[in-house]
Design a protein around this ligand. Structure first.
Ligand SMILES: [Zn+2]
Length: 284
């Protein structure tokens, strides 16, 4: 995992730079090399996890790429490149149709947060394989540089901006499950037997039959009890690194039906948080 993240981070920087140098050396905007390079560049901008290197980089790279295309080939290829970036970014991020959304509020009090996994496409959301979690979000927190941690994959859990960040109730409701006691694991260790780690499940008061689960919480940080009623914004716990997790983050998903005490059954329900649909790369 560690090497995969280092490798990805290197590619996130090196690929756009090499794409730019290859545009620089292209002789025409219709050459196979230019079109191929542009296609992979655009795809990369759309799907990479930019909180690892900086959420601002895709904007910088896109602007530089379009500017370079304009300088080399004129405004039509530059405008088409910009259009391609927008379309390829937008297309897999469309909200699902024909589904009933649950309306939630942000599970955080303050700060700038980044959706690392989320959306209606396997390309952007690794939870899509699971029925109950298919609209789940994995959320990291960003520092002022738009990066989620001090370093690419630092060992110290406290180097991740989101570690120990307070989590609040995203809706009014009743707590139906509280699991605590799982340790915050060192980086790279995953508890596959307890995938959610320390977690809380809330039955939403305004959406009958819908439950929201919050997972990978910090050991000993949960301040609510099963059966307790909650108001939106009330403190629940802090973000940790318990369960089946590669690094500190908050996992949140909504489900309909299934066991009130479980996060892992039922049918996944798409969420709107503060009125918005979230996918990888969204900030909140
Ligand atoms: Zn998750």
């Amino acid at each position: 995992m560690k090497w995969l993240i280092y490798f990805s981070a290197a590619i996130y920087i090196l690929w756009p730079l090499s794409a730019m140098s290859s545009v620089w050396m292209s002789d025409s905007a219709t050459s196979g090399a230019f079109l191929f390079t542009t296609l992979i560049f655009v795809w990369f901008i759309a799907v990479a996890r930019w909180d690892v290197t900086s959420r601002y980089l895709p904007f910088v790279f896109s602007a530089a790429y379009v500017a370079l295309t304009f300088y080399k080939f004129g405004w039509i290829p530059a405008a088409l490149t910009l259009l391609a970036i927008i379309v390829v970014y937008w297309f897999p991020r469309r909200a699902p149709r024909g589904e009933q959304f649950v309306a939630l509020r942000s599970p955080f009090e303050s700060g700038s947060f980044f959706v690392a996994q989320g959306g209606n496409s396997k390309l952007l959301n690794h939870h899509r394989r699971s029925r109950s979690q298919r609209y789940a979000l994995d959320i990291s927190k960003l520092n002022f540089l738009g990066v989620r941690a001090r370093g690419i994959y630092p060992k110290d859990l406290r180097s991740y901006c989101i570690f120990s960040c307070p989590v609040v109730a995203p809706c009014d409701g009743t707590i139906t499950a509280v699991v605590d006691g799982h340790p915050d694991l060192p980086l790279g260790e995953m508890d596959r037997a307890n995938p959610a780690g320390n977690h809380v499940v809330i039955r939403c008061a305004d959406s009958p039959g819908v439950y929201v689960g919050l997972a990978h919480l910090m050991q000993g940080s949960i301040v609510v009890q099963s059966g307790q009623t909650m108001k939106t914004g009330e403190r629940i716990a802090c973000v940790g690194n318990s369960g089946n997790t590669t690094e500190p983050h908050l996992h949140i998903h909504a489900k309909r039906g299934g066991n009130a005490e479980s996060m892992l059954d039922g049918e996944g329900v798409p969420m709107r948080i503060d009125g918005r649909w979230f996918t990888r790369g969204s900030t909140l």
